[in-house]
Design a protein around this ligand. Structure first.
Ligand code: AGP
Length: 608
């Protein structure tokens, strides 16, 4: 989510750091900074906004060095601001650190360090690392870093400078990528090959648990657990364009494949596998409101509105609290029945969708408590809501929303679970839900392995002009989402419907040219969906069915069957949506469409 670059060598470090940060702009960020040791001190310059803002500040400072660190921040804890930008340092400025990832136990570490007299200046989790290293330092830089990392829980890709040893930088990886660039009398560290590939194509990809101590002419590669490590220098053949997309042809495909990790990040540090519960930090101040709420209103647009429909099922099924889901653009102009006993949840990946923002403002004017479910930290909806939960899905660059949708559903499930547990759901039941959710990322990975098979199905529908998506109950919103994906990136008209609605009109559309995508995973209405499939089949419609792996019946009814792992029905949208994302992607690519920037669309609709 953030970008890291480090250099140590014989050249002037500043232009190398700035060029590297520019190369990582595509990853999305809200602030940036550099740290350069000079004359026994470490000069830190950081700025919010674009890299150009930082460049202006760097140009003003007369700093020269041949070692340094740079960072672009995508905020997860703490508003995007100059203060919260990396690098971060301990109070005396002896240690300076850049960090990518989430320190889950930062709060307890911070509390302990504050008791020992450490003064924190930012709201970030990352700053804790600098103070912890400082606290543990007894003259040995590497030892202090090692000790600090044994106390940290969570994910990190980090790099550290020490004022006392200004010719070396130390980096370590746990859950967030880091690569060492190997040069001649110079070496690099980066979170992203794009930042260093113009300087060297010789790379050491660090593994989780690796630590490196880097000087201009040496790379000491070892492991935190002191086990043997094999250092492998690989030759990079990618070009910059390929690297920015992680080797994928489009950001959308990259983001579809990021979903096992983005779903993990949306539950990281939140699920409690002892109490069978979920703790959403951004809602801690609203526990009384959540106990007394009589109704939720969920506001959103597009994919976020679809996630809201799933949230309705989850909250009503698990916590028995009524939920209304409203198109934000409609809600804001109605005279809604809403008041202090209502909580309005605004769902928005970008946090900038004007209709959703205005609908949230309208809800607040009617006295409702407003909560935001956003991906972009510090976005307008996140800031103006009275509280909320960040998705932690990482930057979503493809216009068609994919990983944000599954992260929205993941957060909504955790909200429903916490509400249910507050309303008497037994621990044992809660533990089952927690277990089921933790198994989802691996099941998503198994579905992603079917991409080639799904592409073969997609090839049969490249020339179609219409499509239908049908399902029932909690997968009806997934039918809507699948139709939206196809519409917005392939320009094929598609509609999602509750399967039973077919007989009330749309069935007139069915003919031998009409592909009908069914979600027919095992659940209370499987038999009903099967009869809907037969109705379509009787009218020569072409049936593509998403079913559970154990389903051996569907092959007798559908023309194409996509099998996915089974899971609890409440979590099934996290799995059933994956084949539909891939189908839309492959059809759009085969039609030669610009998948990442479809015509007429913007990633964030900040106009009426
Ligand atoms: C989804 O693929 C579309 N890009 C669009 O419907 C989007 O979900 C909608 O504009 C809402 O955006 P938001 O989540 O950023 O508010």
């Amino acid at each position: 989510m953030c970008g890291i670059i480090g250099y140590v060598g014989l050249k002037s470090v500043t232009p190398i750091l700035m060029a590297g940060l520019k190369r990582m702009e595509y990853r999305g960020y809200d602030s940036s900074g550099v740290a350069i040791p000079q004359d026994g001190k470490i000069v830190v310059i950081k700025e919010s906004g674009k890299i150009d803002n930082l460049s202006k500040q760097v140009d003003k400072v007369d700093v020269f060095g041949t070692i340094g660190l740079g960072h672009t921040r995508w905020a997860t804890h703490g508003e995007p601001s100059q203060l919260n930008a990396h690098p971060h340092s301990d109070t005396p400025g002896k240690f300076v650190i850049v960090h990518n990832g989430i320190i889950e136990n930062y709060y307890s570490l911070k509390t302990e360090l504050q008791k020992k007299g450490h003064n924190f200046t930012t709201q970030t989790d990352s700053e804790v690392l600098a103070h912890l290293i400082s606290e543990l330092y007894e003259g040995d830089f590497e030892q202090a870093v090692r000790l600090a990392l044994t106390q940290v829980r969570g994910t990190y890709g980090l790099a550290v400078l020490c004022q006392d040893e200004p010719d070396k930088l130390i980096a370590a990886r746990m859950g967030s990528p880091l690569v060492v660039g190997v040069g001649d009398n110079e070496n690099f560290i980066a979170s992203d090959l794009a930042a260093i590939v113009e300087h060297t194509r010789n790379a050491i990809f660090l593994d989780d648990g690796d630590i490196v101590v880097i000087t201009k002419d040496n790379i000491d590669h070892s492991r935190l657990d002191q086990k043997e490590v094999t250092t492998k220098i690989e030759r990079i053949s990618f070009n910059i364009e390929q690297i920015e997309k992680g080797g994928y042809p489009y950001f959308m495909l990259k983001e579809i494949h990021q979903q096992p990790n983005s779903i993990r990040d949306s539950m990281r540090g939140r699920l409690n596998d002892v109490e069978g519960n979920a703790r959403l930090g951004g809602l801690i101040d609203f526990e009384k409101d959540l106990d007394n709420v009589k109704r939720f209103v969920i506001l959103g647009c597009g994919t976020s509105w679809h996630a809201g429909l799933i949230g309705k099922y989850l909250i009503e099924e698990m916590a028995r609290i009524p939920v209304d889901v409203e198109y934000a653009s409609e809600f804001r102009y109605r005279n809604p029945v809403i008041g202090p006993d209502t909580i309005a949840i605004s769902i928005s990946q970008s946090g900038e969708t004007l209709d959703t923002l205005e609908a949230m403002r309208a809800a607040r004017q009617h006295g409702a408590l407003t909560l935001g479910l956003c991906n972009v930290v510090g976005s307008t909806i996140a800031r103006e809501s009275m509280g909320g939960v960040y998705l932690h899905a990482g930057p979503e660059i493809g216009v068609a929303s994919t990983k944000a949708f599954t992260s929205q559903v993941t957060v909504l499930f955790q909200l429903a679970l916490s509400l249910a547990r507050r309303r008497g759901l037994p621990v044992a039941e809660g533990l089952k839900y927690v277990k089921e959710l933790t198994q989802i990322p691996e099941k998503v990975s198994r579905i992603l392995e079917k991409s080639d098979m799904i592409k073969e199905i997609a090839e049969k529908f490249v020339d179609r002009t219409n499509a239908l998506y049908l399902s029932r109950l909690i997968n009806f919103p997934v039918a809507l989402e699948g139709a939206l994906k196809l519409k917005e990136i392939s320009y094929i008209h598609a509609e999602g419907y509750p399967a039973a609605e077919m007989k009330h009109g749309p069935i007139a559309l069915i003919d031998e040219r009409m592909p009908v995508f069914f979600i027919a995973v095992n659940g209370a209405t499987y038999e009903k969906v099967l009869s809907n499939i037969e109705e379509v089949r009787a009218r020569k419609g072409i049936i593509i069915a998403v079913v559970n792996e154990e389903d051996n019946m569907m092959q007798d009814f559908a023309h194409h069957v996509i099998k996915i792992p089974r899971c609890h029905s409440f979590l099934s949208p996290l799995l059933t949506v994956i084949p539909l994302q891939l189908l839309a992607y492959h059809i759009a690519v085969l039609r030669g469409c610009n998948v990442d920037q479809p015509r007429n669309l913007a990633k964030s609709v900040t106009v009426e």
